[in-house]
Structure formats: C-alpha cells, structure tokens
Ligand binder design. Sequence first.
Ligand code: ADP
Ligand code: MG
Ligand code: ZN
Length: 589
Amino acid sequence: EDLKDICALKRSKSQTKEEDWNHEGFEWSSKLRAILKSTFQISEFRPYQLSPINITLAKKDCILIMPTGGGKSLCFQLPALIEDGFTLVISPMISLMEDQIMHLNKLGVKAEMISSETNLKASNGIFQGMVESKSSLKLLYVAPERLAKSKKFMSKLQKAHELGRLSRIAIDEVHCCSTWGHDFRPDYQFLSVLKDMFPEVPILGLTATATTKVIIDVQKMLSIPGCMVIKASFNRPNLYYEVRIKPTAQKECIDELEYLLKNTFKNQSGIIYTTSIKDCEDLRKELRARNLQVSGYHARLEPEIRSKVHQKWLTGEYQAVVATIAFGLGIDKPNVRFVIHHCLSKSMENFYQESGRAGRDGQRAHCILYYRLQDVFKLSTMVFSTQTGLENLYSIVKYCLEPSRCRRSIIASHFDEVWDYSDCDKMCDNCKKSRQSTDMDITPHCLTILKIIETAINEDTKLTAQMILDIWFGKNNKIKCKVATPKFPREKAENILATLLIKGILKEDFHFTPYSTISYMKAGPKHASVLHRGEKVTMPIKGISSESTSSQNDKNDRVPDSFASKSNSGSHTQSKNKPDNATGVSTKR
Ligand code: ADP
Ligand code: MG
Ligand code: ZN
C-alpha cells in the first residue's frame, strides 16, 4: 500500500516538473514582479519561490518543502496581492501570525487574524470584511482550532466562498496534519473538510520538515493526493558537521567547551543547546565561572529576561547562549558561527533546525554534537510516549554512531534527498578523514549482553544500560553472571549497546517512579534471530581491517583515520590486532 503511494507520488512529480513552473511567461508574471518590488521591496526571487507561486496562481494544489528561513511566506503573501478576494492562512502559532501581520501591515497590506483572543467586536469587523466586495482584506490568518470550533466563522467562510472571495488556502507547518510527523496537532485534522467544502480553491501547504511518508499522509488527509510537491534542497554547504564523544566527567566536558569558546570560536557568536532546564542552568553557571560571556535561555525564564538575553546576544555582548529548544522561533541572527549540541537532539528534524541556525549569512560555520549513550536515555524517557518519539530519537542516534558515512548524506537521506558524496567537499568530520569502514561482527558481544539481561530476569532484577555495562566490565555484582571483561574501552561497549538498541535487538522498557521515568533494557523484537537462528550482528567501524570482518579489530576503530588508512597500506599491524576473546559467549549457539 505504502509502496503504491510512493510510486504515485513519484509519478505525479514527473508529470509536471519544477522547471516547467520556474519562469515568468505567465499572464500574471509582470504584475508579480511589480508587486514584489513595490510592496515587498524585494528585488529577486530566491530559489524555489517562483514555482510554487506560479502553481498556486494556476489554481493547482501544491506542497512546498523548504528549510526554515528559505522564504516560504512570500509564496502565499505575494499571490494574495495578485487577485481579488483574500487568502486564508492557517498557522499553528499566534506569535508567528502576529509577526507576519505586523510585517505585512508595515508594508501597507491589509492582513488580519482571528484567534481565541480576538474579541467579539473585532471578529465581527473581520467577518464583515470577508464578505464585502469592497473590503481591502488580503490575508486572513486563523489558528486551526478556530476552524474546528467556530461554526460562525465557518459559515462566514462559506458565504465568502459563494461570493467568490476566497481565493486560496495556505496551510503553514502543514506537517502538523500527519501523525507521522514530529509535531502532530489534532486540530489540523479538521482541515480534511476544506477540499470538500471548497473544491476549486487551491491549497498551498508549507513545511520545513517532511519526509515522503509524511507528505503522502498529508496529501491523503487534505484530499489532495498526487498534488505538485516542490522541494528545495536541505543541503547547507557552509556548515561543517562534526560529532564528538562527550567526556564522561562533567569537568572534562566543560574544559573542552571552555577551550572551544576561548580559542576556536574566540570573538565569535554561537549557541550551545542542552536538553533540560536544569542542564541549561548548570552549564551556564559552569561557563560563567570560567569567565565566559554567556547566558541561559529556557522556557521558565520571564519573557523580559528572555528578550534581554536574546538582545545581548544579538549585539555581541554575550558570546553564546546556553539554551533549551525554547530558543528557536524568531532567532534570525545571520553571523552565528557555531552551534554546539551539549546533548543530542530528540530527532533529526530538531537537530537540522537547531544546527541550521548557524551560518545564515552563507559564511562557514561549525556544528558540533557531543554524543554519549547516557544522553540517549535522558531523551528517551522524555519522548517515548509520543507515537514516533523513539523512532525519531534513534534516527539521530544512528547519525551519531556513524563512523564513516558523510554526515550530510545521512541528513539528506533523512529528508529523502538524493545525495552525491562529492557535494560535501570535506565539510564534515567523516569526509575530512577517510570514508573507509569495516563491518565488525559484534554477535559475541550481543550474546553477552543478552545473557546478562536473561540472568537478571531470572534473578528478578531489572537493569539499565549503565548497569549492564558495569556488570560487563566487572564493576557491579548485583547479579551473578560470569562474563569476561572486555579488552576495549567502555566507549566502544556503549556503541555496541546503542547499535543493538537501534537495530531492535534490545528494547527500552520504561518504568515510572513518583519522581522520574527509568529506562531499563530488555530483549527486543529482533533478539530471537540472533539467539536462536544464528543470525550475525555487525557494527560499522572506521578504517579498513586487513583481516576478514569476523575478527574483532579493536585497534583499528580507536586509531585516528589517517593512521587507519596508513596501516592498510602498510604491513605491520596484523599481529597487533589481537582477536577479542573478551566475550562470555553463551553456549546456546
Ligand atoms: P520560512 O517561512 O521559510 O522559514 P520566511 O518566509 O519567514 O521563511 O522568510 C525568512 C526571511 O527571508 C524573511 O525575513 C523574509 O522577508 C526574507 N525573504 C523571503 N524571500 C526573500 C527574497 N526573495 N529576497 C530577500 N529576502 C527574502
Ligand atoms: Mg514560516
Ligand atoms: Zn561529508
């Protein structure tokens, strides 16, 4: 079923191409240009703006996918001024609507908004404007719940439609329609009535983040299957992507951040993202204590404080803001030179958005993500209750674990973009080194971990990932389980465990205490094939192992890449690559 949908989407894309629409030979083209200059004071279209504008003016439905900051709003604001009547804009956030309306009013465009905060008198005035042919109303912004909950509004809209005044419907953040998206909003479901009620009114959906799966879902929900989908590239060529192993000791981690801020990013401006308000506060204090000009930004601060912090960061008084995801909307500083993730994001989408705040001016900027297994559980216990929370989290864990593939290619494939490796131009850590990798057989380690879990179950105990690692390394004798201590560092054992988790061989098991949620490990849906059907489990490691993949080559993936490739051409490393017998291989095999 899904495959059929995907084929249909591909076909519909090939029927008319983006290029067919990307020109100025339409009857409205000269008027478009004139208003672009006179009203919006913009001299040129940006890439992928003209096509959706032409498509919607040709009264065809369209979905536009474009990264944040790309200029999606113009694609419905400009068409709104070309025709009589008004454009209905559906948007999920009052503050975003207010910003746009203020901007439009400044340009002399009549735009209004109806929200739950609009009083009766004001809304009556707006209702009047909807149905009056002399009205100058050009854009009407509403929150989706207004549509769903106000019968009066809907009947006015119907009236306006009958009078031919509803010229198009723009749906901002259209991915909110889909339960597959990262930001599903139940009120968006009501939008499914629009096509039935207003069949010939073109719909223009806009979003920054959507996979093929989400787009197909959105098309179905809005009853616009096979509509044109215009997709701008997500590649940000000036951003350098890097993943670093986060030191286990907090002090070491702060040392590293201090070094970065005082040397690598000296006199440069940036953002440091954390997960929780507590981490945000702690980190701010630690960095302040080292004489760094930073401040914190999170949802629990008063709005005045937040805007003061933002302001001081804009002017350069603060070098960096230590922030939770609350620091996002409306952040439009062009010269952000670094975005550091002190903890991984909760999804690939979030990571892309957050790191994407760097380098808006097109100049080179640096995006560093500090990864550590324990942070995965910090997030999983926060997101597991949403439908795709864990799936989304594991996609970014996979990004972190990747030892050799281009980071950009992982981001691109996440957004279903075709990727050419040369496009990175060594602007990520993996491409800068060598992209060679070997699949290491981790089956014996997998069996060890499964054995530890099974023993715990028999002893009526539950284990967290950290406890499993402690037992494996002989640092915890909570349960009686004899396994040989690994001869490799804990960091690698962490990677093995994380790999088993994202492969579904292990599974998180969430438990609630009055104060927190705990993630325990249990055997996952895929464990049986390893345990009982002799299936092999592999994990990619850096470099080329000279032996076959079945030997555990502990050295190679610890050595920096430049050495790994040298050792490949050399001849002397074989003897050093001791096979790893540090695994209490269970006899079940
Ligand atoms: P998005 O919704 O895609 O995140 P916006 O529509 O908010 O992006 O636009 C981001 C910024 O880009 C706005 O300040 C807008 O005025 C500006 N912008 C849009 N199109 C152009 C253009 N063709 N030329 C210059 N600036 C533009
Ligand atoms: Mg927008
Ligand atoms: Zn790369």
